[in-house]
Design a protein around this ligand. Sequence first.
Ligand SMILES: [Zn+2]
Length: 319
Amino acid sequence: MTVGDPLGRVLAGTVMESQRTVRRQVSCAGIGLHSGHSVTLTLRPAPAGSGIRFVRTDVGNVEIEARVAHVASAHYATVLAQNGHTVETVEHVLAALVSLGIDNVTVGLDHAEVPIMDGSAVPFVELIRAAGVRRQPVPRLCLRITRPVELARDGKQIALNPSDRFRISYSISFAHPLLRHQERTFMLDEATFVDEIAPARTFTFLKEIEQLRQQGYAVGGSLANAGVVGEAEILNHPLRFEDEFVRHKMLDAIGDLALLGMPVVGHLVVHRGGHDLHTALALKVLEERDAWEIVEQPDAPELPAAADSPVGAAVSTGR
Ligand SMILES: [Zn+2]
């Protein structure tokens, strides 16, 4: 944004970032990873200040806000419940929305579970870019961490520390020869998310698949939408990154942290995390009111090149 931008707001000489929604309605279709159900997801523009809301079009347009207060479970996927209905596996689309700077949008679903697409966030990045981005004349608020908030459980740790930007450091350790230990740190902006994190796919262990299915999970899982780690090999080589697994964990964490309802200015540090730990930290952050402040965002990352692309038909990137 430049100073001449009519939507820019100058405070003490600083141009404040404005809220954004999608420019037009777009859809994609796929299947739910855990349910195996076919589902169409539709992004629609939403008013400033309304946040990210899921809308279940198959049950009378029930709305479910993307807020951590509505987390119903966070085991193999993050599930939200409100007004008597659920939306499931919300983390990848939320990560794409928040990383591409979309503050306000409705995410329509004609079934409970968000489509898994290829197991990564790339299809959602493409969908948002096809929709384009519209600035809204209201300053964007963000949650700035002012002192550490930490949580530890069963040898797993997570913390949100003060930082001048949004950063993530993530490490994983598995008792498996192919991925004993991986760790990464990124300073998150849109380009870093799109290039380094969005392509990383969901993964699972071959030996756990049968157990997952007996519990009703991963019914829609296949080599087309998840990395499958066998005893001695990755079944669907090539990996997109040598350390694709830890990058996918970062993707999940970004999506889960989006449930705070606004961008975070802080450094997320996670060791051996998962959806339950990510969402528990988000809840704890909201409870510790002296650990953060809400500020207007004084940054102005460039809009993606596709923001003013010609009006396109609904994008269909289904299977
Ligand atoms: Zn994931």
